[in-house]
Design a protein around this ligand. Structure first.
Ligand code: SF4
Length: 320
């Protein structure tokens, strides 16, 4: 996929975790080291651990510079419709952002590559790093994340501990709980022991709050999440309800939410959606197709043009 004409900057969108977050999408959709059951962006099409300069740094920084002329986010979040640390020049992107603005920089990552010192070193200039760890058992880890065959839980944990040693900024560790998979007392207690050795600044407890890529990913209820919070201690908080992919290609989810909210109020054509979301027309086509397949929206012809309407509440179609 060439990056030509692709929009790399998304939002800003309100984020409970970060304030007003402007997303930077570094990676082609869906290029990732994992293929998580709960992924909100869909199945991974390129599961890899190969880092590459997927998108030109200058292109990202130029789009960001232009966007910052018209908005003032609280934070700039490096993410992607996949794993942002797969971008081999993420350090140059972080450095370039520092030259453009004083706004803080966060990296939203699955944390699977920090056993590699070179990759760890590339993110050390960020203000906040937000990795994920959802099990202390290799089998459960494999079941939830379906990682690239060269990624092993022991190396991931070792990488997160090394990150804590090397990195002076904030680490917010996300833990995603899935019903019937990692919600046993044995899982929770083992996870607590491992997290204690990683020493994140915050532990952010999440579950499946949006349609997952695999129906086997099922949510825990708020009572279960609260019990886990108490077990994990005073640095833990429940963040379920906050879009996982806020700000970024992980912003695809935020775009879907914004679009669904708007379509509940009024029908839009694809061209209107391109304008209102400031997205590439091909990405809007994909977004529309995905929402139609999942049954959230439908198309209706009017005066020779197709308008998209929400299938849930809000906007009501006039009977003909
Ligand atoms: S949830 Fe994140 S880490 Fe998991 S497959 Fe999706 S993009 Fe990759």
């Amino acid at each position: 996929m060439t990056s030509e004409n692709r929009t790399h900057i998304f939002g800003p969108v309100p984020s409970r975790r970060l304030g007003l977050s402007l997303g930077v999408d570094l990676i082609p959709s869906k290029t990732c080291t994992f293929d998580c059951l709960y992924c909100e962006v869909g199945r991974t099409t390129d599961r890899t651990i190969q880092t590459r300069p997927y998108v030109p740094v200058s292109e990202i920084l130029e789009q960001l510079r232009r966007k910052l002329l018209v908005c003032s986010p609280d934070i700039i979040t490096l993410a992607g419709s996949g794993e942002p640390t797969l971008h081999s020049e993420i350090h140059r992107i972080i450095r370039g952002i520092r030259e453009i603005t004083d706004t803080r920089v966060a990296v939203l990552t699955n944390g699977s590559l920090f056993w590699n010192k070179e990759i760890r070193d590339r993110v050390l200039d960020a203000d906040i790093i937000m990795p994920t760890l959802s099990s202390a058992f290799g089998q459960t880890f494999g079941r939830i994340h379906r990682p690239h065959p060269d990624i092993h839980l022991s190396a991931v944990v070792q990488g997160l501990r090394a990150l804590r040693m090397d990195y002076k900024g904030l680490i917010f560790l996300e833990v995603v709980f899935l019903a019937g998979i990692n919600d046993t007392v044995e899982e929770e207690e083992a996870l607590k022991d491992v997290i204690d050795t990683i020493r994140p600044d915050r532990i952010q407890i999440n579950t499946v709050v949006r349609p997952p890529s695999d129906p086997r990913a099922r949510a825990l209820d708020p009572g279960q999440l609260e019990k886990i919070r108490l077990l994990l201690g005073e640095d833990a908080e429940v963040i379920a309800g906050t879009p996982r992919h806020e700000g970024g290609g992980r912003a695809a989810q935020s775009a879907a939410e914004i679009l669904l909210d708007t379509l509940k109020r009024r029908p839009l054509r694809a061209a209107d959606i391109v304008d209102s979301l400031n997205m590439d027309p091909h990405e809007v086509d994909d977004l529309i197709k995905g929402l139609m397949i999942k049954g959230y929206i439908r198309g209706r012809e009017h005066s020779g043009e197709i308008f998209y309407l929400s299938n849930e509440g809000g906007f009501r179609e006039e009977k003909e």
